[in-house]
Ligand binder design. Structure first.
Ligand SMILES: [Zn+2]
Length: 353
């Protein structure tokens, strides 16, 4: 095999600025394993890791990349492996890292662990030929999925599942407004809403993306246009009620429309702020309509096993699958970051190793 390499954020800079370097992959310590990666997928966290987050200093240098799939090529001494995973086998990675010892971890809420962080953000990630992860973060690859599909799955589906099922507590028959239906997390949410018996109203930037949202099972699609007009369009589609749940990850630009689009008693669940992190709003909208605002970040690692079991029930025709926008070579990871930042694609941006 060619010389192992990885991309490094040595100092924060614009999207695409991580630097390629060769390295000697370390042996895994007890409890950990080493993967020879075959594919990795990008997330907005790759961009935040690269650009830097005001008020959240990251340990640098770091290799970005939260999602990955590959072959298990070394196992730390005395390390047990999860069910369905064997040395030399194909695996995908659960991206959340936690201590495994604190009360939150012991009750399964690993994303509430005081030390919780995401691979590629707080530890060296998957923009590399090799990565070290705890054995507890391995999952078998379902059905006949490719490494690219496996890499594109964990972070966005875990995030969307946590938001819809455990934060917003979506019930069958309810309506969900999904911002950014063409994004990785948005395309996951549209499919999960349908699988859970709800109706998704997807918001996208153009007609081409709208067609793809229909294909994923959206009940209605709104091409964004003027944001001030959007709550009216949502009311027209919901018999003047508004939606039960707003699936937010876009932030400042869309927040006012999210509040206005909610039915009485609606829930706004948010996992991101890609258009800006600060906003103001009229508190009267919150209490008069009896709304709930719910923050969400990643999800229980356990629930990746739930999602996996739903796929494995019908691997040839699963209720949801990752949507891949474009596959780059790992050597072109900086260009893949710039492509993600432009936001023109539909679904996940993946690099093949
Ligand atoms: Zn913990």
């Amino acid at each position: 095999m060619a010389q192992p390499f990885r991309f490094r954020v040595n100092q924060h800079g614009p999207a695409g600025s991580p630097v390629r370097e060769t390295f000697e992959p370390a042996a895994p310590k007890p409890g950990w394993v080493r993967l020879e990666l075959r594919a990795m997928a990008l997330n907005h966290l790759d961009l935040w890791t690269t650009v830097g987050l005001p008020g959240y200093p990251l340990p640098l240098p770091v290799t970005p990349g939260c999602d990955g799939a590959g072959v298990l090529d070394a196992v730390g001494e005395g390390t047990a492996l999860p069910p369905g995973v064997e040395a030399g086998g194909s695996v995908m990675i659960a991206p959340g890292l936690s201590c495994g010892l604190c009360p939150a971890c012991l009750r399964g809420d690993d994303m509430l662990c005081p030390t919780y962080g995401v691979l590629g953000h707080v530890a060296d990630g998957t923009a590399a030929t090799h990565v070290l992860v705890p054995a507890a973060n391995l999952l078998p690859i379902p059905g006949n999925w490719s490494f690219e599909q496996a890499a594109a799955f964990p972070l966005v589906f875990l995030t969307a599942w946590e938001m819809l099922v455990h934060k917003a507590r979506l019930c069958p028959g309810e309506t969900v407004l999904v911002w950014g239906g063409g994004s990785g997390v948005g395309s996951a949410a549209i499919q999960l809403v349908k699988a859970l018996g709800g109706s998704a109203i997807a918001v996208v930037g153009n007609d081409e993306k709208a067609m793809k949202c229909w294909d994923l099972g959206a009940e209605h699609v709104i091409v964004r246009g003027d944001l001030k007009a959007l709550p009216g369009k949502v009311r027209d589609l919901t018999g003047k009620r508004g939606v039960d749940v707003v699936f937010e990850h876009t932030g400042a630009l869309t927040w006012g429309a999210s509040l206005a689009a909610c039915a009485r008693g609606g829930r706004i669940v948010t996992c991101g702020a890609t258009t800006g992190r600060e906003t103001t709003f009229d508190l009267r909208a919150l209490f008069a309509k009896q709304l709930q605002v719910l923050g969400s970040y990643m999800g229980r690692r356990e629930h990746l096993w739930t999602l996996l079991s739903l796929v494995q029930k019908n691997p040839t025709n699963p209720p949801f699958r990752p949507v891949i926008d474009r596959v780059f070579d790992l050597g072109d990871y900086p260009e893949a970051q710039r492509h993600l930042e432009r936001g023109q694609g539909f679904g996940k941006v993946v690099c093949r190793v």
